[in-house]
Each structure stands twice: as structure tokens, then as C-alpha cells.
Design a protein around this ligand. Structure first.
Ligand SMILES: C[S@@+](CC[C@H](N)C(=O)[O-])C[C@H]1O[C@@H](n2cnc3c(N)ncnc32)[C@H](O)[C@@H]1O
Length: 480
């Protein structure tokens, strides 16, 4: 904190909650920032990831805001960090670091700040609904998320939130993993993957406790494993550890954020320093996926933890999984159940895009499990977790209508010309008839693809069409 600045205390700068409805998002934003600056003045990161320059720190434009919050600063925040509070309050003289520490440790101020922040969250619904301006409503929702992070930091996560730490995990008494968790930037909310989230810790423990339930005991063939939104890479590293005794799998750990990918690479190296690692780290964005090597073939196992925190996430991820899950593969998705703020009810967005196997077929939720909070693991706003087991079920439930199944199909496509019309005319007619046949077959295949899961059939159709076209071009050349 700048020694030339004057310190005001939380009791003075936080606006009265009873009058919350009269305060704008910009005003509350300034108050929350002042609160952060007061309790957690910035500490330098010890992580050797690419340093963001000041001009891009506010919001790394290379990474679309994927939903944790919008990181754009309010241009109209009055008075920067300290002027936003209601009433101004008393000003102290310039303080030394020690004096500032004493103020920070003041239990009365701290308790007041915690009560204010939790009170703000609990009144936030009304505050958000109070505005009809969608941009202002979005700002307010972001602020509730920011407040939830502050509550977590108060609850004891502050070291994790602000300092790079090396975390050592031991799952099921034998599987050891070391992870570098970097500080989250309050200015770049898309960098959430710099820390290990509780969902991945909970799933890692389950995988280590019973690898067989996750297909990780298969020794007869090398598995292909993909992690989506890998963050610090815990799940991929655990799979690599569990596979050490068996056939080496191909593990592809993916994320979209450059800093997160750098940290992920560093974590893979920490855990597998000497060997050429089984884990390939790749950039992969669910919103605009690039299905190039090594993400060009189906995966037996797809893993994802805490990757649903925006209304569109489930839909994007479904698109990727449809394309990438092998016919017998399983997609394990674990999400936290948050009961406050904008991430409340995110499990419904998963259930909206992946139907249940009792009511549908194709790519469906085969099973789901509610998991309670695991001791102290997890942020204060995580009330528990939901684990989804998703895969292909090709047995339609009785009540679901399916296209009629027949053993063979015939169709006739009459030629509009005869050989007597000449070779060229006859050939053109033949080509038209083949095109007609292909269209009809394509429509039928599309109906099936929609019914039983797009990916595999889509791939097959594209492949066949491409081969046909190539064959046809050659045929044409031969004729000429
Ligand atoms: C809350 S973190 C969870 C990280 C990690 N799975 C864990 O549980 O610790 C969400 C992760 O999803 C990544 N992510 C968000 N949007 C993404 C997108 N569109 N494509 C790929 N990754 C994305 C973030 O960079 C981040 O690493």
C-alpha cells in the first residue's frame, strides 16, 4: 500500500447495507477494491509464468472471458480505491507497514468486514433485480462473485488466493502429486485455472480409491485420456501416476489460458522430471475447438472438473465431447454446487444439454452422484459436488420413438437419360441419380446421427463422402 495514501477503515468506507439499493455497481466495486487492497495488498508472484504487461493485465484479450467474471475495470469508479466509500470516514496520517499490519489485524474491523461482505451477498438478489439495465446487472452479478472470493479469502483461503504455493497431495495413501498454485489476479478473472479447485481434488481422490471404476485398471491396451479445462493438471497427473504400472496411456491435458498452460506445463515437469512425460499439454478452447493432433482421435476417458460456470459452458463442452468421446468411452464431469451468486444452479445447465438415460438415448447421463463437502477442502461457497458419468447409451427407452429398424434397404433412382442419348448425357444422368441417392442416404444418416449421438456417424459420413468425391473425380478424368 502506498505510504503517501491515507488509510480509511472498513467500518468507514463500506456503504451501509440497509441502503444498498441506492448504491450503483461502480460504487460497490470501488468499496470491494478498497477492501481487497486493505486486507490483501498485492504480493509479488513467485511463479515463473509469463508476466503480463500492465497494458494487458486488466483483461487478457487473447482469452475470452469465459464466465467467472468480467474483468473490465469500471471507468467511472470515483476516487480509485479509497474514495468509493460512503461517508468518507476518518483519515489517519501516513502509516508505516507495521502500523498498517496492526490495523489489518484489528478484530473488530475484520469481523465488520466479513459481516458486511456476507450480508452484501445475501442481499444481492434484490440489488441485482433492482436494475433494468442489463450491463449494470452484469456488473452487479460480477461483484457478488468478487464478494464470494473475498469471503473465501477471509475464511482462510487468503494464502492460497494471494501467494504462489506448492501443494503436496497424497491420495488414497499412495498417489503423490505436487502442484504449483499461483495467485489469482483480481484483474484477470479468466486465470482461475492457476489454482487447484476442490472439485478436481475430490475426483482425484475417488479415482485413486477405485481406479477400476474409472477404467484405469485396463492393462490390455493403452488408454487415450483427455482433460478439459485442466487448470493445474491434477487429474491428468493422477491418471499418469495410476498408469505407471500398466501400458502407457496417451494423456492430453488442455486449457485455453496462456498463463494457465504455462503453469500446467511446469506442474507436469515437476511431477515427471526425467521421463519424457505421458502428458501432452495443449491449448484447446471449447468455444472454438481445434481438432488437430493429438486431439484428432476419439478418447476412452474424458475428464473435467469445475468447468461449468457460464450458461454456455455445458453446451460448448457437449459439442467437444460428442466429437471426441469413443463409442465406449466415458466422460466424467464434476462440478461444485454453489448456493449463492451467479454460479448457483449450474448443474441444471449440464442436465439441460445431457439428457438422462431413462428418458433418452445417444450421449446421456448414465449416472450421477451427489458428494458432500469434504472437510476443509473447497471454498466457502461450495456446498458439495455433483459427479456426472456421461457416455453413449444406444438402447432407447421403451417410450422413446426411434426410426424404424430394417435389415436391408432398397431405393430406386431412375436415370433421366438412356445410353442412346450419348455417353456424356448418360453419364450426367448417372451422376445426378447418385447425388439424389446420396442426399436421401445423408438425410437418413442425419436422423440416425441425431438419435444415437452425432460424432461417430458424422465422422463416418464425412469420410465416406470425401472418398466418394475423390473416386468420382478420378472416374470423370478416366472418362475424358
Ligand atoms: C475453475 S477452473 C478449474 C481448473 C481445474 N479443472 C481444477 O479443477 O482445478 C476452470 C478451468 O477451465 C478453463 N476454461 C475456461 N473456459 C475455457 C474454454 N472456453 N476453453 C478451455 N478451457 C477453459 C480455465 O482456464 C480454467 O483452467
Amino acid at each position: 500500500m502506498d505510504h503517501q495514501s491515507h488509510i480509511i477503515l472498513p467500518t468507514a468506507f463500506l456503504p451501509p447495507l440497509a441502503r444498498l439499493r441506492t448504491f450503483s455497481g461502480a460504487h460497490v466495486s470501488a468499496s470491494l477494491r478498497t477492501l481487497r487492497d486493505f486486507y490483501w495488498p498485492s504480493v509479488p508472484s513467485r511463479l515463473t509464468v509469463p508476466v503480463r504487461k500492465a497494458s494487458t493485465r486488466i483483461h487478457d484479450q487473447s482469452v475470452p472471458d469465459s464466465g467467472y467474471a468480467s474483468a473490465e475495470e469500471d471507468d467511472d469508479d470515483e476516487g480509485g480505491g479509497e474514495g468509493g466509500g460512503e461517508g468518507g470516514g476518518e483519515e489517519s496520517d501516513c502509516l508505516t507497514d507495521e502500523e498498517e499490519d496492526i490495523l489489518r489485524a484489528d478484530p473488530f474491523e475484520r469481523e465488520f468486514a466479513i459481516k458486511w461482505t456476507t450480508g452484501f451477498i445475501s442481499r444481492s438478489d434484490v440489488w441485482i433485480e433492482d436494475t433494468h439495465d442489463e450491463a449494470e446487472a452484469e456488473t452487479r452479478r460480477d461483484l457478488v462473485e468478487e464478494a464470494a472470493q473475498i469471503v473465501s479469502a477471509f475464511a482462510g483461503d487468503d494464502k492460497e488466493t494471494e501467494c504462489a504455493v506448492t501443494r503436496s497431495f497424497e491420495f488414497s495413501g499412495s498417489v503423490k502429486v505436487e502442484l504449483n498454485d499461483a495467485p489469482l489476479s483480481s484483474e484477470d478473472h479468466t486465470s482461475v485455472g492457476l489454482q487447484s479447485w476442490a472439485s478436481s481434488i475430490v475426483l482425484a481422490e475417488k479415482m485413486c480409491a477405485s481406479p477400476g471404476a474409472f477404467g484405469l485398471d485396463i492393462m490390455s491396451r493403452p488408454l487415450r485420456v483427455l482433460e478439459l479445462g485442466a487448470g493445474t493438471g491434477l487429474l491428468s497427473i493422477v491418471v499418469a501416476r495410476l498408469s505407471e504400472a500398466g501400458l502407457p496411456p496417451t494423456i492430453v491435458a488442455t486449457d485455453y489460458h496462456p498463463d494457465v498452460l504455462a503453469n500446467l506445463n511446469a506442474n507436469v515437469e515437476t511431477n515427471f522430471p526425467s521421463s519424457s512425460s505421458l502428458i501432452h499439454v495443449r491449448r484447446f478452447d471449447w468455444e472454438s475447438p481445434d481438432f488437430n493432433h493429438p486431439i484428432d482421435k476419439p478418447f476412452d476417458l474424458i475428464l473435467a472438473a469445475d468447468v461449468i460456470y457460464h450458461a454456455k459452458h455445458a453446451e460448448w463442452i457437449k459439442g467437444c465431447v460428442e466429437r471426441l468421446l469413443a463409442p465406449n468411452g466415458i466422460f466424467w464431469l464434476i462440478i461444485p454446487l454453489r448456493s449463492t451468486g451467479r454460479h448457483e444452479g449450474m448443474d441444471h445447465t449440464v442436465e439441460a444439454v445431457f439428457p438422462e438415460s431413462e428418458t433418452a438415448y445417444g450421449l446421456v447421463i448414465l449416472d450421477k452422484e451427489a458428494i458432500g463437502r469434504q472437510g476443509n477442502v473447497g471454498r466457502a461457497d461450495e456446498g458439495g459436488y455433483k459427479l456426472f458419468k456421461i457416455g453413449y447409451d444406444l438402447n432407447p427407452p421403451e417410450e422413446v420413438e426411434v426410426p424404424t429398424l430394417v435389415e436391408s434397404k432398397h431405393a430406386t433412382f431412375n436415370l433421366k437419360r438412356t445410353p442412346a442419348d450419348g455417353q456424356k448425357a448418360y453419364y450426367t444422368a448417372l451422376k445426378d441419380a447418385i447425388q439424389l441417392a446420396r442426399n436421401q442416404l445423408g438425410d437418413e444418416l442425419t436422423a440416425w446421427r441425431d438419435a444415437v449421438g452425432k460424432a461417430e456417424l458424422n465422422k463416418e459420413t464425412n469420410k465416406t463422402l470425401k472418398e466418394d468425391e475423390e473416386g468420382e473425380e478420378e472416374e470423370e478424368k478416366e472418362k475424358e
